[in-house]
Ligand binder design. Structure first.
Ligand SMILES: NC(=O)c1ccc[n+]([C@@H]2O[C@H](COP(=O)([O-])OP(=O)(O)OC[C@H]3O[C@@H](n4cnc5c(N)ncnc54)[C@H](OP(=O)(O)O)[C@@H]3O)[C@@H](O)[C@H]2O)c1
Length: 260
């Protein structure tokens, strides 16, 4: 299937590791040029070099914290100059804040909301003038199933992800008049570096593989996802083949969400 991603220009926030890195590989494989950001410059540059060498595509990388408006602005402006425009924005940067209501204080909750909801808004705001110029503009927001199937032991994460779902839907409506399609993907449990903090909280003495096995048992497909299984769906939503989907949220969770 030709996804029509050849020479498309894509931003991926949090592109240095995990799901973001897998999305980067997926999109360059389809012929896109990339701009990646993350806070840690060393890992970011190493990832950009690795992807560029393996694919022969343009991979621009600039350190930027998505919670900082000036850094986002500088990154998006530099991206548009380096790539000659922007067709695709993937809002992926993020982390999971574990804890119940009594464990999460207001400061950490606000920080979680900032990196998830406000960061996505910020990136959209800065990328919007360029997306409006594109003839195949796409925004893909990486969310989480906990926004739909509320996890009480992740109350801030769940609440903030539910807000991100509402933003995804509202934004799709607001930007439809420009032909910009906006969709969200809600992963379940995916192998990545993000599990370190989760493990520290829920099972500090457990080995990561043992923890994966435990959560796999709660998943109908019986395993944790590989990051490239999320990336494949991002590539489809970013493609010309996904021409009549907007405002959708797709669970990529091995069947973990039980509600319809
Ligand atoms: N893994 C899962 O099971 C799972 C499930 C549901 C949803 N998700 C969501 O999927 C997304 C990717 O998660 P992941 O599992 O791939 O995590 P990861 O392996 O920890 O990667 C996170 C990426 O985001 C970057 N990042 C974090 N905070 C940032 C900030 N403030 N500004 C810029 N970049 C930032 C990180 O780089 P730096 O640290 O260098 O900034 C890294 O590149 C997240 O939004 C996460 O909540 C993951």
């Amino acid at each position: 299937m030709d996804l029509g991603l050849q020479n498309r220009r894509a931003i991926i926030t949090g592109g240095s590791k995990g799901i973001g890195k897998a999305i980067a590989f997926e999109l360059v494989t389809e012929g896109a040029d990339l701009a990646l950001c993350a806070r840690g410059d060393k890992a970011l540059q190493a990832t950009a070099q690795e992807i560029s060498e393996k694919s022969g595509r343009m991979v621009f990388a600039q350190a930027a914290d998505v919670t900082d408006d000036e850094q986002v602005s500088a990154f998006v402006t530099a991206t548009a100059e380096e790539l000659g425009g922007i067709d695709i924005l993937v809002n992926n940067a993020g982390s999971a804040l574990p804890g119940t209501f009594e464990e999460v204080d207001e400061e950490r909750w606000k920080a979680d909301l900032d990196v998830k909801l406000f960061a996505a808004m910020r990136c959209v705001r800065h990328a919007l003038p360029y997306l409006k110029e594109s003839n195949q503009a796409r925004i893909v927001n990486i969310n989480s199933i906990v926004g739909r199937q509320i996890a009480p032991e992740y109350i801030a994460n769940s609440t903030d992800r539910a807000a991100c779902l509402a933003f995804n839907k509202g934004l799709s409506d607001n930007l439809a008049k420009y032909g910009i399609l906006v969709n969200s993907i809600s992963p379940g449990n995916v192998k990545s570096n993000a599990w370190g903090s989760t493990l520290d909280y829920f099972a500090p003495d457990a080995e990561l593989e043992a923890y994966y096995k435990e959560v796999s048992e709660q998943t109908p497909l019986g395993r944790v996802a590989e990051a490239n299984e999320i990336a494949a769906v991002v590539a489809f939503l970013a493609s010309k083949r996904a021409s009549y989907i907007t405002g959708a949220s797709i669970d990529v969770d091995g069947g973990l969400v039980r509600c319809i």
